[in-house]
Every structure is written in structure tokens, then in C-alpha cells.
Design a protein around this ligand. Structure first.
Ligand code: FES
Length: 104
């Protein structure tokens, strides 16, 4: 099996409800991760893996997603954004600019 060309890291870190930093899990990141896995599989995308990750240190921007080796960071990602990221970026090669947090 060839190594993956890209990894999509989805922060699924969970903190207690009273933690002022919040967390991506409280913003629905488990569902975001599941949607990435489902959509990549359904579209037959090869060479790209969706991985749950720990805190990516962008908690205020959660749900946080980063695509490597592109080093494109997405913030405030919801389940409804996943299909667009898969189609435009992971298949089409063009990042979804409206969701990027590495350019602000
Ligand atoms: S909890 Fe997700 S970036 Fe910190």
C-alpha cells in the first residue's frame, strides 16, 4: 500500500464544560470527522486520510481542521462544509478560501 499523499487532521479534543478554552468536540467535531471519512469513501478518493487529532492550539477557531502537506488551516468547520472541502480542495486541489484561518 502506498503512503498517503495528504492527511486531514480534525481536532476532536474534548474538555470539561466549564473550561474557558472550550473545545472542538463541543462544536461538533466528531460529526465533522465522521463526515470526512464518509465523504472521502463515498467519492472514492485515494491517498487521502482523515485523522482525528488532539488539540491543534486553535481552540477559538474550532472546529479546527488542517490539511498536510498543504499546511492549509480551516476554522469554524461544520458538517455542512465538509463536502465542499473534499470536492474543491482534496479532489480539485483548490483550498476553500472562505474557511481558511492561516491567511488572516
Ligand atoms: S480544542 Fe480543537 S484546536 Fe484546541
Amino acid at each position: 500500500m502506498k503512503p498517503y499523499r495528504r492527511h486531514v487532521f480534525i481536532c476532536t479534543n474534548r474538555r470539561p464544560e466549564d473550561d474557558p478554552r472550550g473545545c472542538c468536540a463541543a462544536k461538533g467535531s466528531d460529526a465533522v470527522r465522521d463526515r470526512f471519512k464518509e465523504t472521502l469513501g463515498a467519492r472514492g478518493v485515494k491517498g487521502v486520510r482523515a485523522n482525528a487529532s488532539g488539540c491543534l492550539d486553535q481552540c477559538a477557531n474550532g472546529c479546527t481542521v488542517v490539511v498536510y502537506p498543504d499546511a492549509v488551516w480551516y476554522g469554524h468547520v461544520t458538517v455542512d462544509d465538509v463536502d465542499e472541502i473534499v470536492e474543491r480542495h482534496l479532489i480539485g486541489g483548490e483550498p476553500v478560501e472562505r474557511l481558511r484561518i492561516d491567511r488572516t
